[in-house]
Design a protein around this ligand. Structure first.
Ligand code: IMP
Length: 188
């Protein structure tokens, strides 16, 4: 279901992924991940804050039989619309990932710098396995080679917001992923 003209935020140039597309693909990802980890306990680690809506839907899509624990990390790599390249850990895991099957859940992979750094940091804690699930993947923007195991949607090199993704902390609540208008065309 595409948002009606009234529901479309004035700062969004166009909707890239509507609620129906997101829901359908996340259901598929959930089924795939549940099957891959069947019979094993999975530590799902959400990368704050962009993954929050995706994580909530993905957890439900894993189904009632999945054996999961949930934790969070927060890192900062962006200021405005460009990656700073420097990744800072703002919030660390509460539980140790040592010996566990860990799945990092991220909103978007762009340059790959954030997840390269984050996975290196987590690997130092010796998880049994470590994989990444990202909702969006800007594959052509990599500055370092990084291939997430689970990808919701490969997307073009455009700055997108909504469904958890922000621009300077705005637009996370939008139920769709949309391309942000240029600054001059925005109303807010
Ligand atoms: P990377 O380190 O360049 O791969 O960037 C990863 C992080 O950059 C993501 O977790 C997002 O927070 C942010 N990011 C990258 N592209 C976008 C975008 O199009 N919209 C909003 N945030 C983005």
């Amino acid at each position: 279901m595409s948002p009606s003209a009234a529901a479309l935020h004035a700062d969004i140039a166009r909707v890239l992924l509507d609620e129906t597309a997101l829901k359908g693909r996340i259901a598929e990802l959930g089924r795939q991940i549940a099957a891959d980890y069947k019979g094993r306990r999975l530590m799902v680690v959400g990368v704050l804050k962009g993954s929050i809506l995706f994580l909530a839907d993905l957890l439900r899509a894993l189904g009632p039989g999945a054996d999961v624990e949930v934790d969070f990390v927060a890192v900062s790599s962006y200021a405005g619309k460009s990656s700073t390249g420097a990744v800072r850990m703002l919030l660390d895991l509460r539980a140790s990932p040592e010996g566990k099957d860990v799945l990092l859940v991220e909103d978007i992979v762009d340059t790959g710098l954030t997840l390269t750094s984050l996975t290196e940091t987590l690997r130092a804690h010796r998880p049994k396995s470590l994989e990444v699930c990202t909702l969006l993947d800007k594959t052509m923007c990599r500055k370092t080679p990084f291939t997430p195991k689970y990808v919701g949607f490969p997307i073009p090199n455009e700055f997108v917001v909504g469904f958890g993704l922000d621009y300077d902390e705005k637009y996370r609540q939008l139920p769709y992923v949309g391309v942000l208008k240029s600054e001059a065309a925005r109303t807010t």
